[in-house]
Design a protein around this ligand. Structure first.
Ligand code: ATP
Ligand code: MG
Length: 416
């Protein structure tokens, strides 16, 4: 679990601002749910035989003995909330959330025990256009952030749950015959979650899969049409993608569309965003059948990618425009009052007033270090004249005096 220090928080804020702007462009609305939920929600919603439920949850009994879990992902919580508050009856919703998720995993680059996701969920739309919209929205965000060239969109269809069940049987039949050649993880999954074997990282297992029954032959016609519709829309919009028939995603609840944005710039933890359709989840959690489609983006991985690719705008780390220096007893007495006047007149400027005293020289040093564009200097003489000196700390403008009344105007003329 990481601290985000003040030197790093501008990067988080930059990302959050870009994301919010894109979500607003598409008319998505925010939902905030608690970080703890009854354990049962995730067992049912994520699936008993997923990595998350089998070995990654932070689960504890509260004082009443009720089993609670720190949310490992957001979709189940979002569906729970939507059912509880009646958002799903004859309605369409486009929702987003952002916040910490918790998984007991082995910490490494791009994998943490508390990590942050941006999640987007849509309800009540069964057609492929909404799957495509989710993808277009992420693509727009990636273009805006300057990483679109470095991520590849992988798409696949998992078919209906019936088609998956039939394929699962055929796959298990085949893999039983070569069981002793499978890697250890895949042997275990053969009885718990055989579909996950398809995206095993073991090369020998992947080689065995080449001769396995073909998922494509089992996909139902409706899902095939849905996938064709998705591709048509993506093609029309010019979004590049690859069809990856081994993409199954880690969670149990997907049907039809699944997708991932993958980069090779981050080593092993290359999936920055994953999602898909989950038409079966709402009834599984006690609601009326409602189509759903969504994705989750790993924020740390995306920030790592921004840094790796050197596409973080320089300016974001600068948090101060003006630094007010006050030297002398009378100057110190009125400095904060002058700062307030300037903030009234220039609400968009970020003004830091020197606090804690210090010599003129040491205050000027702090002004330089702050990254401010201008130092505003207040000495006892300036107090007597009701003026400040404006010193350009980065450009070549001559130092000049301005009255307290005019300082906002002068600063704007100087390009603040
Ligand atoms: P992975 O295969 O990387 O474990 P996952 O299938 O478990 O991913 P999801 O549950 O789909 O991941 O979560 C969506 C995104 O959240 C991932 O694509 C990734 O970017 C991010 N993510 C998942 N687990 C972690 C983690 N432990 N630390 C940081 N980011 C994570
Ligand atoms: Mg995982």
């Amino acid at each position: 679990m990481n601290d985000v220090l003040p030197t790093d928080s501008p990067l988080w804020q930059y990302f959050e601002k870009q994301v919010k702007a894109v979500l607003d462009q598409y008319g998505y609305r925010e939902i905030r749910t608690p970080v703890v939920e009854p354990t049962e929600l995730f067992c049912r919603g994520v699936g008993e035989h997923t990595d998350i439920v089998e070995k990654e949850m932070y689960t504890f009994a509260d004082r009443n003995g009720e089993s609670l879990t720190l949310r490992p992902e957001g979709t189940a919580s979002c569906v729970r909330s939507a059912i509880e508050h009646g958002l799903l009856h004859n309605q369409q919703h486009r929702l987003w959330y952002q916040g910490p998720m918790f998984r007991y995993e082995r910490p490494q680059k791009g994998r943490y025990r508390q990590f942050y996701q941006l999640g987007v969920e849509t309800y009540g739309i069964a057609s492929a256009d909404i799957d495509a919209e989710l993808i277009l929205m992420t693509y727009r965000l990636f273009k805006q952030l300057g990483v679109a060239e470095s991520v590849t969109l992988n798409i696949n269809t998992l078919g209906s749950s019936e088609a998956r069940a039939q394929y699962r049987t055929a796959l298990v039949n085949y893999l039983e015959g070569v069981k002793d050649q499978l890697d250890e993880d895949s042997q275990r999954r053969l009885t718990t979650n055989p579909m996950r074997i398809l995206d095993s990282k073991s090369a020998s297992t992947q080689a065995l899969l080449d001769a396995a029954p073909n998922f494509d032959d089992f996909i139902d016609d409706e899902s095939k049409q849905h996938f064709a519709d998705l591709r048509t829309i993506l093609d029309a919009a010019g979004v590049p993608y690859v069809v990856n028939s081994r993409l199954v995603r880690g969670l149990d609840y997907y049907t039809k569309t699944v997708f991932e944005w993958i980069t090779d710039a981050l080593g092993a933890q290359g999936t920055v965003c994953g999602g898909g359709r989950y038409d079966g989840l709402v009834p599984m959690l006690g609601g009326k059948p409602t189509p759903g489609s969504g994705f989750a983006m790993g924020i740390e991985r995306l920030l790592l990618l921004l840094q790796e690719l050197n596409v973080v705008p320089d300016g974001i780390y600068n948090t101060i425009d003006l630094y007010l220096v006050a030297a002398g007893e009378q100057a110190e007495a009125v400095a904060l009052a002058v700062a307030e006047r300037i903030r009234d007149a220039l609400p968009q400027a970020r003004l830091q007033a020197n606090c804690g005293g210090g010599s003129f020289k040491s205050q000027m040093k702090k002004a330089d270090k702050s990254g401010a564009r201008f130092a505003l200097i207040l000495g006892d003489q300036e107090v007597a004249d009701k003026s400040v000196q404006i010193k350009d700390l980065q450009g070549h403008n001559e130092q000049q005096a301005s009255s307290w009344d005019d300082v906002a105007e002068v600063l704007i003329k100087l390009g603040l």
